[in-house]
Design a protein around this ligand. Structure first.
Ligand code: 6PG
Length: 249
């Protein structure tokens, strides 16, 4: 298993540690290229982190003014739909933190087709993110979650998007959800300077134990195992999700 593992007794301790990494990554990125480009995770785990970050954090206004927020994945629904990751982020972070509106980059708009949204987001990433030596867009920080089937972002088991080897963003109809999703692809995630994967709760303990016990060159069983960034990877776990791991932090 790649990366550093951090295990916390409770989610507040996990959030506090993640906030420190956010701040460190923000200061490093702004010092390096004058902006901080972050892709947000969806789902329920990061919801209260975003709320805390917006309301209580010590991230200063000058940092927020240089922060660009993107999405790691999105449900292809209107931005005010209960399932929308954009809506969740807006309720908790986007409408509270002193971000510049032009620095908030929703991934999906119901005003356009899925294909148009994908093409527009790909262009946005190339136009706004720093590019690596190969011309590939580089996020400063990508936040991810993990489902109990080992999916991450909207990279679900047995879907074609897992094999996208060039495009930074793509769409995928997810049979098990009977829904269209957009997602950053592994090339985009793995080009990032920092990736933080947040996994909490007992329901994910077995998959996590499978992943952490897998031999380095073992067959990849879960999509999240394909997260292997050029930069730093950190796993943020609570003790419930980590209780089957052999090596405790
Ligand atoms: C999404 C997420 C997805 C999520 C996992 C974990 O759009 O749902 O990006 O990858 O991170 O499903 O979700 P929970 O945090 O709700 O367990």
């Amino acid at each position: 298993m790649n990366g550093r593992t951090h295990i916390f007794e409770n989610i507040d301790a996990l959030y506090a540690a993640l906030e420190k990494q956010w701040q460190l990554a923000a200061h490093a990125a702004i010092a390096d290229h004058g902006a901080f480009h972050v892709a947000l995770a969806g789902g329920s785990t990061p919801r209260n982190f975003y709320k805390k970050l917006a309301q209580q954090s010590t991230v200063d206004a000058s940092c927020w003014h240089k922060t660009h927020l993107y999405f790691g994945d999105e449900r292809c629904v209107p931005q005010d739909h209960p399932d929308s990751n954009y809506r969740m982020a807006k309720e908790t972070l986007l409408s509270v933190a002193p971000l510049l509106p032009e620095h908030v980059h929703a991934m999906f708009s119901a005003d356009f087709s899925v294909e148009q949204n994908v093409a527009q987001y790909e262009r946005l990433l190339h136009d706004t993110l720093p590019l690596d030596a190969g011309g590939y867009p580089v996020f400063d920080l990508v936040l991810l979650g993990m489902g109990d089937d080992g999916h991450t972002a909207s990279l679900f088991p047995d879907t074609a998007i897992l094999h996208e080897s060039v495009k930074p963003v793509a769409a995928q109809f997810v049979q098990k959800l009977n829904a269209w999703r957009m997602s950053l692809t592994f090339p985009a995630i793995n080009a990032a300077s920092h990736v933080a994967i947040l996994v909490v709760g007992d329901a994910k303990a077995e998959v996590l134990a499978d992943i952490f016990s897998a031999e380095q060159d073992a067959v990849v069983r879960y999509p999240v195992q394909q997260v292997n960034p050029v930069g730093q990877l950190d796993w943020y776990l609570d003790t419930a999700a980590a209780h089957l791991l052999s090596v405790q932090d």
